[in-house]
Design a protein around this ligand. Sequence first.
Ligand code: 13P
Length: 254
Amino acid sequence: MRLPLVAGNWKMNLDLPKARELVANIRADLPAGPIELAVCPPSIYLFPMAKAIADTDLRLGAQDLYHEPNGAFTGEISANMVRETNATYAIIGHSERRHVIGHHEDDRMINLKVRAAQQAELVPILCVGETLAERQAEQTLDVLTYQLGAGLIGCELAGSALVIAYEPVWAIGTGQVATPEQAQEAHAHIRRELARLNGQAAAVRILYGGSVKPDNAREIMAQSDVDGGLVGGASLKADSFLAIARETLAAKSQ
Ligand code: 13P
């Protein structure tokens, strides 16, 4: 039995007062039931958010980290520094880091980051997903196979040590959500690949990300290999984040 996880990736949004308000509104109305909720603020807000959720079941995650333990890496933060904030999770290899931001992370660097996160006893949320061109060229499953194989070299594959997020690049921030069938096909493929890599495939949670909203969450979360969501825009308001959590609970208790 996989405990569903709904994680909010705030990206570079909100300011400190708004972040505090959002967390206060989330913690005031946490759903009762077998589900885990996490917030992933910008790294500079990890400590204050850790304090704001300290006495709740809400989990904390970073949006990235650097793979080296220390040294001359101006502007970066290490896995241990993230761990010091009491974070549980670290998003690694998000599509915006692969495709949008400055140096465009490759699978080798992403692999080093997944390993560094695990060494610091953080649970990496490894993001994988195809671009629109790759989907149109029918390369989706090959891309997922490659990104998993490369991203997970030398990593711990136990269900307690790893979360995967399937985020089709064309669905992120576009309002164009994957169909439940497209999500299930990709998630089932990811689970098969994890099994092939000798993972505890049945125990690893695989989240869907890309334009998840309260009104489309239930049918996506109802798919058998979808174990929750990595939510961007809709995680910035307590109402929509909590509504997605409730839809997930409802879908999984059917
Ligand atoms: P949106 O929910 O805004 O499409 O973002 C998804 C995402 O990138 C989560 O990591």
